[in-house]
Write a protein that binds this ligand. Structure first.
Ligand code: MF3
Ligand code: CO
Ligand code: CO
Length: 272
């Protein structure tokens, strides 16, 4: 008999987990979220994303957890750092951040076998008005999606809530990347689309665990992956933002595993 990750699987192949899993996910989510809290002071003009990643790797080690990304499909870093028009999977490197750059830092750790996956937006120096608006809409879009989550709602309801909010603000939702189930594995069914029709898709059940991680562009939604085979950018070079939480479906709604212990999920910068 094949070992199940959760208590059982739905007919869509989605694991249903019990209370022990929720405790494990909380522990993992809190380690990842605390590391993101501690990165705020390390983001500034002149800083390199390689140095940010080095600090993250050190913090993961110090916490006694394991990086889920180092060695994942050949990826070699403890974080993805996606600057300006990079949509996701930005590879840390030696390029210096410039005043006004916006960046997503995405960290996934493994604690006692459970995966905690979260990302949020940072700014180097002074935030422009248009970047501020993009980041605010992306953050609020994530929460429009999260607030739909309860048993009986559908994954299409989540996508629809996000898409209608983003497009109502004349921005676009990236279609080429999605959220995912997770738990004792990094990426599991279902694909959590950030667009869709109300009522479509699998029905949410208590015990499901997944991420919601909308990527929002100021311009068009199309992306392309660079020759490094990881870095995804907007085709039209427009700015892109993303926020990610790992969540579980509870009897009445949702639990966010990756809440910031310091209350600094958003904004990570001082609001002007
Ligand atoms: N953390 C990313 C996600 O949200 C996945 C990164 S995989 C990596 O699913 F290999 F690029 F790090
Ligand atoms: Co994720
Ligand atoms: Co992530």
């Amino acid at each position: 008999m094949r070992k199940l990750n959760g208590l059982r699987k739905t007919r869509d192949g989605i694991d249903i987990y019990g209370p022990d899993a929720f405790l494990g996910m909380q522990a993992a989510g809190q380690v990842a979220a605390k590391i993101l809290d501690e990165m705020i002071e390390h983001v500034f003009p002149g800083q390199t994303t390689a140095e940010i990643d080095r600090i993250i790797e050190e913090k993961i080690k110090d916490s006694g957890s394991t990086s889920a990304t180092i060695g994942y499909r050949g990826y070699q870093h403890a974080s993805c750092i996606s600057v300006n028009h990079v949509v996701c999977h930005g590879i840390p490197g030696d390029k210096k951040l410039k005043d006004g750059d916006i960046l997503n830092i995405d960290v996934t750790v493994i604690v006692d076998g459970w995966f905690g996956d979260t990302s949020r937006m940072y700014v180097a120096g002074k935030l422009s008005r248009k970047s501020e608006r993009l980041i605010q809409v992306t953050h609020d879009a994530l929460f429009k999606g999260i607030e739909v989550v309860r048993p009986g709602a559908t994954f299409g309801d989540i996508g629809h809530a996000i898409q209608s909010y983003v497009e109502g603000n004349r921005m676009s939702v990236v279609r080429d990347f999605c959220g995912h189930g997770l738990g004792r594995v990094f990426h599991a069914p279902p694909n959590v689309l950030h667009y869709g029709r109300a009522g479509a898709g699998p029905v949410l059940e208590e015990g499901m665990i997944f991420t919601i991680e909308p990527m929002v562009n100021l311009g068009r939604p199309e992306t392309k992956v660079l020759a490094d085979e990881w870095t995804a950018v907007t085709r039209d070079k427009s700015l892109s933002a993303q926020f990610e939480h790992s969540i579980g479906v509870t009897a009445n709604g949702f639990e966010i595993f990756t809440l910031s212990p310091a209350g600094r999920f958003h904004p990570t910068y001082d609001a002007s």
